[in-house]
Write a protein that binds this ligand. Structure first.
Ligand code: UDP
Ligand code: MG
Length: 320
């Protein structure tokens, strides 16, 4: 059995530490005797700082580091997919570039794969130095995702090893809008789970803003579940329920001969129903936009240049 492994690492604006971090990863591989069978594929996701120059200076000393430079920032999911598409190894490991995914676990990932595991997943035992509000947000997302998509991915991460078979299946999934962390469990292969503590970020800050995280979370929920659409019907039923109650109150007041509080009731109903309608249209619109994006079938990223030991792969839309 062949045992070549590619490590796919998306990188965005990490010039301060990228060189040092990759050297740490390479040292870890060296110590475990894995360096000669492992290639590192760095995907520069349109960094606006000196990240690509740092990557090039790193590559001057390392023969097993390759780089893919995207023409602009396409997002972490697209960067991971681009890396997977360019990989040719027997297994691929995906990890972050900021050392929050401990490189010391790499030999164990590979060990489990050599013993036959098709998927090895790094699962967060603790969430590192992230703030309380981020933890609450993450918990809510995972709870909602588990409930709506019926896939439990609590504390999962993008630190994973996939056997070639699983990589090929992943790449064949026709959708454009992919959520790696959700789709790997969706493929359903039994996995080995390796708990890890999220270390503090090597340098710099997380590149995700709150708004970006919120959009990412909602997007992922909607790409795994159409229940938000059905939620529109619940809203409608609730609205009918409320208006029936108002009707009963009006009839009772009429029977008692007391004046019907027409104005308040009408204003209330107007605001309530138009609020519901707008929510419903918004949810529908979100799904129509998603269908529109999928139908356009554009590639998820555009490669600007390649460097090091890596072959170009034609940029296709997933539908081809
Ligand atoms: N990243 C990327 N494109 C982006 C944002 C992030 O390739 O648009 C990379 C980033 O360089 C890092 C990984 O994705 O290697 C995780 O990003 P980050 O540490 O900012 O996120 P967090 O650890 O907070 O999830
Ligand atoms: Mg990070």
């Amino acid at each position: 059995m062949s045992n070549r492994v590619d490590i796919v690492i998306p990188v965005f604006n990490e010039s301060a530490a990228i060189k040092m971090n990759i050297e740490i990863i390479l040292n870890e591989l060296e110590t475990a005797g894995l360096r000669s069978t492992t290639r590192i594929i760095l995907i520069d996701d349109g960094s606006q700082d000196d990240t690509y120059a740092s990557i090039q200076s790193l590559m001057a000393d390392c023969s097993n580091v390759a780089a893919i430079r995207l023409t602009r920032n396409f997002g972490k999911e697209a960067a991971i997919e681009t890396g997977l598409r360019h990989s040719s190894a027997d297994a691929v490991i995906t990890m972050d570039s900021d050392l929050q995914h401990p490189p010391s676990l790499l030999p164990q990932f590979i060990e489990h794969w050599k013993k036959g595991a098709l998927v090895v997943e790094g699962v967060k035992r603790s969430r590192g130095d992230e703030g309380a509000s981020s933890t609450v947000f993450a918990r809510m997302f995972y709870w909602l995702f588990g409930w709506l998509a019926d896939i439990r991915i609590d504390n999962h991460s993008d630190f994973k090893l996939l056997d070639r078979r699983v990589v090929d299946l992943y790449l064949k999934l026709p959708e454009r809008n992919k959520f790696f962390r959700g789709l790997v469990p969706w493929l359903g292969h039994t996995s080995v789970r390796l708990p890890f503590d999220v270390s503090p970020r090597g340098s710099g800050q997380s590149t995700w803003s709150r708004l970006a995280l919120f959009r990412y979370a909602w997007n992922n929920i909607c790409s795994f579940s159409s229940i938000p659409l059905q939620f529109v019907s619940f809203l409608g039923i609730a609205a009918v329920g409320v208006s029936l109650v108002v009707l009963v109150i009006a009839v009772v007041q009429y029977a008692r001969g007391t004046a019907v509080e027409g104005f308040t009731t009408v204003i209330f109903l107007l605001v309530f129903l138009s609020g519901m309608q707008m929510t419903a249209i918004g949810i529908l619109g979100g799904f129509v936009a998603r269908i529109y994006n999928e139908v356009k079938g554009r590639p998820t990223s555009v490669v600007g240049e390649l460097a090091g030991p890596i072959e170009p792969v034609e940029a296709t839309s997933n539908r081809n």
